[in-house]
Write a protein that binds this ligand. Structure first.
Ligand code: PSU
Ligand code: MN
Length: 301
């Protein structure tokens, strides 16, 4: 049983038992998405925002082949600078667990572990999606398949603008995943509030989102719910500005023949260099914003 490989921290286990709000957090953003020491500072700040908004944080990762739900501060610090921490999506679990390795869980990986532990909601920065040019490369993140099958609500700032956002929305429609735009008429584009893609479902309060999640459960419909929250206005980088930077990063990615799971971390780090760190600052701000909203939704489910 998966329970044999799952360690849930005492605090998190007690909160789940008592039906108190818990928010799962991923570790790929720590190990592969942001540079040290901003990554560990952000991870701890996100946990604090979740507590300040009335929920218990549960950062998730894999250490020595054990799935850890509710990493300690020391374990987060370790994840933030250790080498050989694998990026773990659904595909990678058997390898990392049987090999007793360390792994940072992606959105898909974190959804799997959160579900095993009985956590219903998870906060991140941005999800993976359909990459630009996927018609040729078939590069579609396993995050989308996970949203299709695993009953966890994911709160994010939309799909990263390094992706093909309209195609990502089409994919989620086919997969039957409700996509909620929180307080906005457009799907947010991670660094920017607008993407040009109109939202099908706009909801303006955590309570309404809680009701939608409950209704999905009541109807017995499998799979996740995606909540997209626009980055705060004062922190956003306009879409047109990011688009130029992203095109440059994508060109370099192709030139260097980067493939598979290396693509997303490569693009994030390239975009950070090209914006002189501005994209990283925006990334941090939007995660903190998502954490506050996610904790409030967790209190309504
Ligand atoms: N968003 C970020 N930083 C990240 C990621 C998303 O702001 O590091 C990570 C998430 O863990 C997501 C993963 O699940 O990128 C997607 O990778 P891929 O495209 O290889 O599926
Ligand atoms: Mn990919």
């Amino acid at each position: 049983m998966y329970n044999d490989y799952l360690d849930v921290s005492q605090e998190v286990a007690l909160a789940i038992d008592e039906g108190r709000p818990v928010v799962a957090l991923e570790s790929t953003i720590i190990a592969h998405g942001m540079p040290y020491p901003k990554n560990v500072e952000t991870a701890l700040a996100v946990e604090k925002v979740i507590r300040d908004n009335g929920a218990i944080p549960a950062t998730i990762g894999i250490l020595g082949g054990r799935i850890k739900v509710g990493l300690t501060k020391e374990e987060i610090e370790y994840m933030a600078h250790a080498e050989n921490v694998m990026k773990v999506s659904r595909r990678d679990f058997p390898l990392v667990i049987s090999g007793k390795m360390d792994g940072a869980t992606t959105v898909a990986g974190t959804m799997i572990a959160a579900h095993m532990a009985g956590i219903k909601l998870f906060v991140t920065g941005g999800i993976g999606g359909v990459h630009r040019g996927a018609g040729q490369t078939f590069d579609i993140s396993a995050d989308l398949e996970e949203l299709k099958m695993t009953d966890v609500t994911v709160v994010c700032a939309g799909a990263k603008a390094i992706l093909d956002i309209p195609a990502t929305m089409e994919y989620l429609e086919t997969a039957g995943v409700p996509v909620i735009a929180y307080g906005t008429d457009e799907i947010p584009a991670f660094y920017s509030r607008k993407s040009g893609v109109k939202a099908v479902c706009r909801l303006d309060s955590p309570e309404e989102i809680g009701q939608l999640i409950a209704m999905k459960e009541c109807l017995g419909l499998k799979g996740g719910v995606l909540v997209t929250c626009p980055i705060p206005e004062e922190d956003e980088i306009p879409f047109e500005k990011m688009d130029v930077v992203i095109r440059k990063a994508l060109d370099e990615c192709r030139e260097k023949n980067i493939i598979g799971k290396e693509i997303t971390p490569f693009l994030l780090s390239k975009v950070k260099d090209l914006t002189e760190g501005k994209s990283l600052e925006a990334n941090i701000k939007l995660v903190l914003n998502n954490a506050a909203i996610g904790a409030k939704i967790a209190c309504c489910i």
